[in-house]
Design a protein around this ligand. Structure first.
Ligand code: ADP
Length: 461
């Protein structure tokens, strides 16, 4: 029997928009909120959106402060927090952190440390997918340790291929190789990038699929083995393997939707996964789909799934961590059939980046900030306000705009209208670029894949 309990106070080990998103959910559930902030973030909005806020990692760098496991646990204990929500990024996929929480009697709102380890290593994730009978891209079964092994893989599978970091994430540490001549350098670079970004030089290889769609399935699993999906998102609109615009649901037929979502559920059921997670796939033109990875945490783009299903995923995460069943009155999902979807939702990631200068992050003071609103528009913001200081230390995400309408084209029209309604002065943003994407005829027809941005120079005007 899983013991149920109620949280009274939750610490959010994160910053920016996702910290605020989680505080809002806690407040709605009657739970007190605790923020942590680095000294560089002493004026950041998330600090002021919580009931209590504490400086963390005073003697550490801006990012390291949010990775200060001991410091964070100490704050949580001292202030009697029942649980910690890690958000995304930072410590969200760190098994040591999840274990430290457990050891100190604090609930980690997420999967178990074992699942974080299983999916944090992408080679092990592939293995698990194979065992669950889920199709994977032809790839190496073990990390590739030497150039000889890399050559051997190329000989067997041909080009193009992709070298990926075993501990990778965020689209970094990946190299596409199109011919033998480039293999040696690509292998060396991928390893050194992997080492620099993730502290682990280990890489693996897959066949590179040309122009696939990126389709991912949102999963919720309670602590008693019940697993449901909340349908899928299309995250094909990417720049350098990083998501820019996301759509839910995707443009696939019902049969394929059923099979992809079911594969994701099978995988998570097989491993006994707990809490929210996402299973990512690549889909090729012939309708074949292949597992790429599991993200064992809340994702940036969870908002669009909330809009089409009406399920508050952060509420569900908290309730699941308390020991509630999916079928409980609090979560309200007695069966897969109880999850329904309606309409279309689109999310745009507004960043303080300059599209005219190769998307270089811009910094400085926000001199004017007026946001959009109106029916069908949801905003998840961090430091978007007049007077805010945008520092160079963190992710350049300023605000996420999510639009919803029954019809996809109406959702796109709402998005375009809200992008135009925004006024941000003092820092460069990608607003115009996003507007070009959501008004592009191919986007509106749903005819796009992961090469959409790189193939369309006109988006940069
Ligand atoms: P990360 O964890 O860094 O986000 P993923 O494995 O999820 O890495 O891949 C991110 C993106 O990279 C995918 O959405 C896709 O666009 C591209 N990609 C990854 N693997 C392949 C592959 N084998 N073939 C084609 N594209 C790939």
């Amino acid at each position: 029997m899983i013991k149920e309990r109620r949280f009274r106070k939750i610490l959010v080990a994160n910053r920016g928009e996702i910290a605020i998103r989680i505080f809002r959910a806690c407040t709605e559930l009657g739970i007190r909120t605790v923020a942590i902030y680095s000294k560089e973030d002493s004026l950041s909005l998330h600090r002021y959106k919580a009931d209590e806020a504490y400086l963390v990692g005073e003697d550490k760098g801006p990012v390291e402060a949010y990775l200060d496991i001991d410091g964070i646990i100490e704050i949580a204990k001292k202030n009697e927090c029942d649980a910690i929500h890690p958000g995304y990024g930072f410590l969200s996929e760190n098994a040591d952190f999840a274990r430290a929480c457990e050891r100190n009697g604090i609930v980690f709102i997420g999967p178990t440390p074992e699942h974080l380890e299983m999916f944090g290593d992408k080679v092990s994730a592939r293995r698990v997918a194979i065992e669950a009978g889920v199709p994977v891209i032809p790839g190496t079964e073990e990390p590739v340790e030497s150039l000889e092994e890399a050559r051997e893989f190329a000989k067997q599978h041909g080009f193009p291929l992709i070298i990926k970091a075993v501990s990778g994430g965020g689209g970094r540490g990946m190299r596409v190789v199109r011919n033998e001549a480039d293999l040696e350098e690509a292998f060396a670079r991928a390893s050194s990038e992997a080492k620099a970004s993730f502290g682990n030089a280990s890489v693996y290889m897959e066949k590179f699929l040309e122009n696939p769609k990126h389709i991912e399935v949102q999963i919720l699993a309670d602590q008693s083995g019940n697993v449901v999906h909340l349908f899928e998102r299309d995250c094909s609109i990417q720049r350098r393997h990083q998501k820019v615009v996301e759509v839910a649901p995707s443009f696939i037929d019902e049969d394929l939707r059923y099979r992809i979502c079911d594969s994701a559920v099978q995988l998570m059921r097989k491993v006994g996964y707990k809490n929210a997670g996402t299973v990512e796939f690549l889909l090729t033109r012939d309708g074949s789909y292949y597992f790429i990875e599991v993200n064992p945490r809340i994702q940036v783009e969870h908002t669009i799934t909330e809009l089409i299903t009406g399920v508050d995923i952060v509420h569900a995460q908290i309730r699941i961590a308390e020991g509630q069943l999916l079928s409980s009155a609090e979560i309200g999902i007695p069966s897969q059939e109880a999850v329904t979807k309606r309409g279309y939702a689109i999310q745009c990631r507004v960043t303080t980046e300059d599209p005219e200068n190769n998307f270089m992050p811009d910094t400085g003071r926000v001199l004017a900030y007026r946001s959009a609103s109106g029916f069908g528009i949801r905003l998840d913001g961090g430091n978007g306000f007049t007077g805010a200081r945008i520092t160079p230390y963190y992710d350049s995400l300023l605000v996420k705009i999510s639009s919803w309408a029954i019809d996809f084209n109406d959702a796109a029209a709402k998005m375009k209208r809200s992008l135009q309604e925004f006024r941000i002065r003092g820092v460069k943003t990608n607003l115009q670029f996003l507007e070009n994407v959501v008004s592009h005829p191919d986007f509106l027809k749903g005819e796009y894949d992961t090469s959409f941005i790189e193939k369309r120079q006109e988006l940069f005007n």
